[in-house]
Design a protein around this ligand. Structure first.
Ligand code: SF4
Ligand code: SF4
Length: 457
C-alpha cells in the first residue's frame, strides 16, 4: 500500500473512533424530562449529535447492493484485502473517493474468504440519491456527491450561481424556528439610522480594522501596495481614502485586527455548508434562513439557494425588509416556508426620515405576500427615543390583526453593536443615531404593548 492510502485509512479510522467516543458520552434520548422542558433547543442539539452519529456510515456499493459499516477495523481489513483501485484515490480536502461502484466487492466469495459480511459490513438495497449525496458530503467525498447527482436537474444549473455573503452563521436560534444556519447576504436598499449590520449595506467588500487587536507585526505595512497603512502620531492608522479594498493585508494579519468582509461563493458552496447541520434541523424543525442585507437584491442567488434547500427538504425562511419589486418576493415565495418581515415605523414621514425610503411599497408587498398564504412573522426593531411610541405599538397590533397569515410580531430591542461596527468598517456615520440599550424591564413593557400578537421565539 502506498503511504497516501495508509494515511487516509488512518484518518478515517480516527474519525470513526471519535464518533464512537462522542456517542458513549452522550445521554442521547434519555435526558430527564425536566431538562427537555427547561431547554428544548439543547435537547434538540443533543438529539442532532446522536442522529448525526447514527447516520455516519462508510458505504460501498456493488450493483444494487450497498455495504455499510461504521467500523474502522472493518474498513481497514477491507482495504487491506482489496486491489489498489478500491482504495481512496486521492488525498485532498474535498477530492478523495472512497464511495464508488465496485465490481468485485466479494460478497459471492465462499465463507471464510473475506466476504464483506465477515469484515463487519452489512448489506442492503442502495439508498436514495439524496441519502448518498448527504453521506458523501458529510465525509467530504465530493466526487461521489457529484457522481450521484441527478443529471441535468435544475438544481445543477443553480449550483454554479454566484452571490456575495458577509457571514454564514451556524446554530442560529433567533432567525426562525429550531436550530438554523443563517446566510447573511450583502447589499441593502434601506439606510436605517440604527442599522445593526452596517457592513451589509454596500454590495462591495469591506475592510474591518480593530486597532486594539493589532500586535504591531508590520506585515500589513509591507503587503499594502498603496501605502494605506501608516503610523500617525505613534498610532497605526488605516487611511481608507488610499485603500483599494483588495484584502491582501487582511490575509497577512494573523492577529485578526484586519478582516476582509464579503465572500463571493456559489450556491453549491453555501448549501454544502448549510447541510453540515442537517441532523440538527431534522431534530429541531430548523433549517436555513436567508438574511442580510436584503436577500431580494441578489434574487438569482437567493432563488437558487432556496430551490436547492427545498430539494434537500430543508425548512426555508427569508428575512426581508420588503422594499423591492413584488416579482422578486414572488420568486422567493415559491420556495419559502416562513417570512420574517421587517416592520420598522408606522408613521410614513418618520419611516422615510429614519430609513431613507417610504413604507408605502413595503406595506403593499406585505399585503400581497399575505395573499400567498405563506406564514409571516413581523419583526419590529424598537429603538429608544425613535419608535418606542405608543402609536407605533398600536400600529403593529393593527397590522398583525389585519394580516390573515401573520403568526405574530417579534420585538427586536436595539443594541449598540452596530455603533462599534461603523467605526471598525470606517463607514459614514453622519446619519447614525446613538441610543441607550434598553433594560429588560423596558423590553418586557414593550412586549406587553403588542399582546396578544406577541410572537415569542
Ligand atoms: S498585520 Fe495585523 S497585527 Fe500586524 S501590524 Fe498589521 S494590523 Fe497589526
Ligand atoms: S485592502 Fe489592499 S489596498 Fe487596502 S489597506 Fe489592505 S492591502 Fe492596502
Amino acid at each position: 500500500m502506498e503511504w497516501r492510502d495508509r494515511a487516509h485509512i488512518w484518518i478515517l479510522a480516527f474519525f470513526c473512533r471519535k464518533r464512537r467516543v462522542s456517542r458513549s458520552s452522550l445521554p442521547g434520548l434519555s435526558l430527564p424530562t425536566s431538562l427537555s422542558t427547561l431547554c428544548p433547543k439543547l435537547l434538540c442539539a443533543l438529539r442532532g449529535c446522536f442522529a448525526s452519529w447514527r447516520r455516519t456510515r462508510i458505504i460501498m456499493r456493488e450493483g444494487n447492493v450497498e455495504y455499510r459499516t461504521r467500523k474502522a477495523q472493518a474498513l481497514r481489513s477491507f482495504c487491506a484485502n482489496s486491489a489498489s483501485h478500491r482504495l481512496p484515490q486521492k488525498i485532498g480536502a474535498r477530492s478523495c473517493r472512497l464511495i464508488h461502484p465496485i465490481r468485485d466487492v466479494g460478497h459471492d466469495k465462499p465463507a471464510g474468504q473475506n466476504r464483506p459480511e465477515e469484515q463487519g459490513w452489512t448489506s442492503g438495497p442502495v439508498g436514495a440519491h439524496s441519502d448518498l449525496q448527504q453521506i458523501a458530503r458529510r465525509w467530504k467525498l465530493m466526487s461521489m456527491a457529484t457522481a450521484v447527482a441527478e443529471p441535468n436537474s435544475s438544481v445543477d444549473a443553480d449550483a454554479s450561481i454566484k452571490g456575495r455573503v458577509f457571514d454564514i452563521q451556524r446554530f442560529s436560534i433567533h432567525d426562525g424556528p429550531g436550530i438554523r444556519t443563517t446566510v447573511f447576504m450583502k447589499g441593502c436598499p434601506l439606510r436605517c439610522a440604527w442599522c445593526h449590520n452596517p457592513e451589509s449595506i454596500s454590495m462591495g467588500q469591506e475592510i474591518s480594522f480593530l486597532p486594539d487587536h493589532c500586535i504591531g507585526c508590520g506585515y500589513c505595512f509591507r503587503t499594502c501596495q498603496r501605502n494605506a497603512h501608516q503610523m500617525i502620531d505613534g498610532r497605526h492608522v488605516l487611511v481608507r481614502d488610499l485603500c483599494a479594498k483588495c484584502g491582501q493585508c487582511a490575509t497577512e494579519c494573523y492577529a485578526k485586527a484586519l478582516e476582509f468582509v464579503g465572500r463571493d461563493v456559489t450556491a453549491r458552496e453555501v448549501i454544502d455548508e448549510v447541510l453540515r447541520d442537517k441532523p440538527f434541523y431534522d431534530t429541531s424543525h430548523g433549517g436555513m434562513t436567508l438574511s442580510g442585507g436584503e436577500p431580494a437584491l441578489q434574487i438569482d442567488f437567493a432563488e437558487a439557494l432556496l430551490r436547492m434547500a427545498r430539494e434537500q427538504k430543508l425548512h426555508n425562511c427569508v428575512e426581508t425588509c420588503g422594499f423591492c419589486e413584488w416579482e422578486r418576493l414572488e420568486r422567493m415565495a415559491a420556495f419559502v416556508d416562513l417570512f420574517l418581515y421587517d416592520y420598522k415605523e408606522t408613521d410614513p414621514a418618520r419611516h422615510r426620515e429614519m430609513t431613507g425610503v417610504s413604507n408605502e411599497r413595503i406595506l403593499e408587498n406585505l399585503a400581497r405576500l399575505d395573499q400567498t398564504g405563506i406564514p409571516i412573522i413581523l419583526r419590529c426593531p424598537i429603538i429608544p427615543g425613535v419608535n418606542d411610541r405608543d402609536d407605533h405599538f398600536e400600529g403593529i397590533r393593527r397590522l398583525a390583526a389585519r394580516l390573515k397569515h401573520c403568526n405574530g410580531a417579534e420585538i427586536m430591542p436595539y443594541h449598540r453593536l452596530g455603533e462599534s461596527k461603523t467605526q471598525r468598517f470606517g463607514l459614514d456615520d453622519k446619519r447614525r443615531i446613538s441610543a441607550p440599550t434598553p433594560d429588560p424591564n423596558t423590553v418586557e413593557e414593550w412586549k406587553r404593548k403588542i399582546e396578544p400578537y406577541l410572537f415569542n421565539a
